[in-house]
Write a protein that binds this ligand. Structure first.
Ligand SMILES: Cc1cc2nc3c(=O)[nH]c(=O)nc-3n(C[C@H](O)[C@H](O)[C@H](O)COP(=O)(O)OP(=O)(O)OC[C@H]3O[C@@H](n4cnc5c(N)ncnc54)[C@H](O)[C@@H]3O)c2cc1C
Length: 377
């Protein structure tokens, strides 16, 4: 039986980032069910970093994480992890109150916000429908960033390995048994691993893993989101277009490898599964593009769907299960698991090793109680 100090279940961004932080405190084994890390949500995101999503706990984590993306540790990766890409939040007349509220919330965490005039919006995205009956107000966050999801996943996996840990793909955890203060983790193929602490970072499957350990569920709800890629308008350079999103959850769009990635910002309740796009949501995505822009969508180039998993208050959860010894929850990263990963990894390290709560997170208003699993029971 392979033994370690920590076993992390789940090789997505949450599990790998936490494993990389824990690897300096002891031996870490990461068990990932799939053939490759990042196969599920972490490999299907829009890879954007901004303050226009989530609540203030999420914004605090987002703000804290920025330093990591801009200045990762020596040797983490060969290329930058993020590049400046402004966000343009837009509102039709019926969304203006929501835009104003969003602006006020974002201003608490960043000073890179400004109002956009109709002319600004037309200049930023010439195909945007602006004016009466269409988009009438906008707010720009100049501090938005495009993240390199693959660079992050590879970098965290590398950090695990250079510190003596292992990322074990094709290791689907099927059973958890605790004996004399040690977890015995059994995979579907019968391999056995042992460690005193198990970190449950199984994404949409986290409540299923909790059940294997006999822990009370967090009430995690996976929600499917759909994304399409469409051809850019002929003769127009889209490379510098911003991430554009409605002030309420209705539509977003961002340039992606020479094409445009768009989503109807859907949240369809789902079981934990290998999410696939449904025809209705694809049609809705195309329709939203045509509703908000002058573009037509004769064909959808590429499409995918992924799960965003939330607990009741939509704050990512980290902490030891109050009812099961040595079982640590790291779940509910929702639609912001990439942009909050460095903060969550530091939170995990602090709670597991007993080191102080990150001072800067406290300064941003985020306390342990806000992420503790106990708040959900
Ligand atoms: C369309 C879309 C757009 C998004 N856009 C953004 C964005 O712009 N910015 C942002 O920050 N976030 C975004 N997100 C959210 C982000 O992708 C997620 O919050 C994040 O990937 C969650 O990471 P995770 O590690 O918790 O989950 P996952 O990446 O799903 O990882 C969990 C892993 O656990 C493994 N696992 C499950 N059961 C077992 C088992 N029994 N044994 C072993 N392993 C197991 C799974 O195989 C999986 O690889 C988006 C998500 C979607 C779907």
């Amino acid at each position: 039986m392979k033994t370690a100090d920590f076993i992390v279940i789940g090789g997505g961004i949450a599990g790998l980032s936490a494993a990389a932080r824990l690897a300096s405190h002891g031996k870490v084994l990461v068990c990932e069910a799939e053939q490759a890390a990042g196969y599920h949500s972490s490999g299907r995101s829009a890879t954007y970093y901004h303050f226009g999503i989530g609540n203030n706990a999420v914004r605090a984590m987002t703000s804290y994480s920025r330093a990591f993306f801009e200045t990762p540790p020596e040797g983490f990766c060969d290329q930058p992890l993020c590049r400046p890409t402004p966000a343009l939040f837009i509102a039709r007349e019926d969304m203006v109150d929501s835009l104003n509220a969003l602006e006020a919330e974002m201003r608490r965490f960043t000073d890179t916000i400004s109002r956009a005039t109709e002319a600004d919006m037309r200049a930023m995205i010439p195909v945007l429908k602006v004016g009466d009956g269409a988009v009438v107000a906008g707010v720009i966050d100049h501090g938005g960033r495009r993240l390199d999801a693959d660079g992050l996943l590879q970098g965290f996996a590398k950090q695990v390995k250079v510190q003596g840990g292992e990322v074990l793909t094709d290791h689907s955890v099927a059973a958890l048994t605790r004996l004399n203060g040690v977890w015995e983790v059994t995979t579907q193929r019968g391999e056995k691993l042992g460690a005193p602490i198990v970190i449950n970072a199984a994404g949409a499957w986290a409540d299923k893993i909790g059940a294997l350990a006999g822990a009370k569920p967090l009430g995690l709800q996976p929600k499917r989101r759909t994304v399409i890629l469409i051809d850019p308008p002929e003769g127009i350079d889209i490379a510098n277009w911003p991430f554009v999103k409605t002030a309420v959850d209705d539509f977003y769009m961002i340039p992606e490898s020479g094409r445009l990635l768009a989503s109807p910002v859907d949240e369809i309740e789902s079981e934990p599964t290998d999410a696939q796009p449904e025809d209705y949501d694809l049609a809705l995505a195309a329709w939203k593009v045509e509703e908000y822009t002058t573009l037509t969508v004769p064909r959808i180039g590429h499409r995918w769907a992924g799960l965003r998993s939330f607990v009741a208050d939509r704050v990512p959860t980290a902490g030891f299960a109050p009812d099961v010894e040595g079982f640590f929850w790291l779940a509910g990263q929702g639609g912001y698991g990439l942009q909050t990963a460095p903060a969550m990894a530091d939170i995990v390290a602090s709670l597991i090793t007993g080191t102080p709560w990150p001072h800067q997170l406290e300064a941003l208003g985020l306390t342990h109680n806000q992420v503790a699993p106990e708040r959900l029971f």
